[in-house]
Design a binder for this molecule. Structure first.
Ligand SMILES: Cc1cc2nc3c(=O)[nH]c(=O)nc-3n(C[C@H](O)[C@H](O)[C@H](O)COP(=O)(O)OP(=O)(O)OC[C@H]3O[C@@H](n4cnc5c(N)ncnc54)[C@H](O)[C@@H]3O)c2cc1C
Length: 461
């Protein structure tokens, strides 16, 4: 392994209770696959941990032998930072234990859990952590970058419900970070990504949600895009925190409520969730169906758990993906012109543009309350280039980059670290803004040797 004597490896294997996969192990190729099929990295070893003690052993082994280290939980990061070439992957995907208390409204969940695992434990109790919109995403990476989804306008970012975290530091120590224990580390973990240690457990406060809520889709033809976007902008200005409406622009998937002639045609989709009493929501969302002549609509009261998985079929692992993302304080007509052009030139049936409405509770905490640096963003756009064949790489990546460049004059300059691709390290200062220098201080204290650098890296001083 990267020239290490077999004795060192055997010594590690003797202490490690999980599964250690080397390039010649059965299951190695499956274990080095992550959500984005563009990523093809070959780690020297993958340490599938089962306990915090395993994580300690793996961190110590990597550090003491100068191995590059990557941390994998849900494996969804677009930049492929869950893996490294050569080096050791600390893989937490088998660590999914939960301890749930509906009475104290708390859950402790291990870092390998997906959003689906978290929702499965909490939603049946009518309780939720505000997380993202695709159930196979990892709790760990999403939380450490900030985390937002359908409940964030009401309850804030995922990190705003975080009470504490168990962390294995670069020194191999297990510490608990919270408002009162290692408070600077706790501050940095809430938005600072994987820079400060391996989180093995998260403790979240739970918020009331559902179990049944009003949600669904209203779909308009591309020909009405400009009118729909302008009305959406006005609608969003007065939407209460309970109501979240995102815009998705793409070719229509073959959804059963759409006429067959609309399938594959470019459309503007308004995707909505009302987090309060559905009766009040029904009146509030009525205007969304009158922005033009919808090609179809499917809105109703359904389990929130089902809505949390509604986008999964469009976001399955194994496709080639390339993202570019901007934040906006407001939506400009000039931006709409860019979006309409991009909608007319979608290069694949799966490429899409997501505009998430944030604001609400995400913007109300003081900007420096956590490391997350983008609380002023009212909207986040993700240009999601997605396609199947490597021969389409240039075309689809080009479309994403062109749209990103054309939209730049209307953006804040900030970016969500969890939407950044591998080559975007240069945007990190913009992502953190005035938080950056404090993050460097925490990094220098907890990881002076930059062991945790396979990420959106904050270098120590
Ligand atoms: C289909 C899809 C939908 C998404 N939707 C949303 C959304 O709605 N809202 C949203 O906010 N984000 C969303 N994201 C972005 C998501 O938050 C990031 O991709 C995130 O990094 C995924 O976390 P993961 O654990 O799955 O990733 P991994 O690839 O496993 O990890 C990503 C990085 O996080 C760090 N990390 C992971 N686990 C740990 C750990 N235990 N300890 C320390 N560091 C760790 C490491 O640096 C690692 O490289 C989505 C992503 C995808 C692919």
């Amino acid at each position: 392994m990267t020239g290490l004597p077999a004795t060192k490896l055997n010594e590690f294997r003797g202490k490690f209770e999980g599964e250690l996969l080397l390039p010649d192990s059965a299951g190695y190729d499956e274990a080095r696959q992550i959500w984005n099929a563009m990523i093809d990295k070959r780690p020297a070893a993958i340490a599938r941990c089962t306990t915090t003690a395993d994580v300690v052993q793996a961190v110590n082994f990597a550090r003491d032998n100068n191995l590059v280290l990557a941390v994998r939980s849900g494996g969804h990061n677009i930049a492929g930072s869950a893996l490294c070439d050569g080096g050791l992957v600390v893989d937490l995907s088998r660590m999914k234990g939960t301890q749930m208390s509906p009475t104290t409204r708390r859950i402790t969940i291990e870092a390998g859990a997906t959003l689906g695992d978290l929702d499965a434990a909490t939603l049946p109790h009518g309780l939720a952590v505000p997380v993202g919109i695709n159930s196979t995403t990892g709790v760990a990476g999403l939380t450490l970058g900030g985390g937002f989804g359908w409940l964030s306008r009401k309850y804030g970012l995922t990190i705003d419900s975080l009470e504490s975290a168990e962390v294995v530091t670069a020194a191999g120590k297990v510490v608990r970070a919270s408002a009162t224990e290692h408070p600077e580390l706790f501050w940095a973990l809430r938005g600072g990504g994987g820079n400060f240690g391996v989180v093995t457990r998260f403790e979240f406060r739970l918020n009331p949600a559902g179990p049944d809520l009003l949600s669904g889709l209203v779909v308009y033809p591309a020909a009405e895009a400009m009118a729909v976007l302008r009305q959406y902008r006005e609608f969003a200005k007065t939407a209460p925190d309970d109501l979240t409406v995102w815009v998705v622009m793409r070719k229509a998937p073959p959804l059963p409520f759409l006429p067959t002639e609309a399938h594959g045609q470019p459309v503007v989709v308004l995707a909505l969730l009302y987090a309060g009493d559905p009766k009040r929501g029904e009146a509030l969302i009525e205007p969304l169906k009158q922005f033009g002549t919808p090609v179809g609509a499917h809105v109703g009261v359904q389990p929130f758990a089902a809505w949390q998985q509604a986008f999964d079929p469009l976001l399955t692992p194994g496709a080639r993906n390339y993202w570019k993302s901007h934040n906006f304080a407001a939506l400009d007509d000039g931006l709409f012109e860019v979006l309409v052009t991009a909608l007319d030139t979608l290069p694949s049936p799966q490429c899409e543009i997501f505009i998430a409405h944030l604001g609400g509770a995400t913007s109300r905490l003081p900007a420096d309350s956590t490391a997350y640096g983008q609380r002023a963003a009212e909207f986040t756009m993700n240009v999601h280039g997605r396609w199947e064949a490597a021969t389409d790489d240039t075309r689809c990546i080009g479309w994403s980059r062109d749209l990103f460049a054309a939209a730049a004059p209307f953006a804040t300059g900030g970016v969500y670290i969890n939407f950044m691709t591998e080559e975007e390290q240069g945007r990190l200062r913009e992502a953190y803004g005035s938080q950056y220098d404090r993050l460097v201080r925490v990094k220098t204290q907890y990881d002076p040797g930059n062991l945790f650098r396979t990420n959106q890296n904050i270098a120590p001083a």
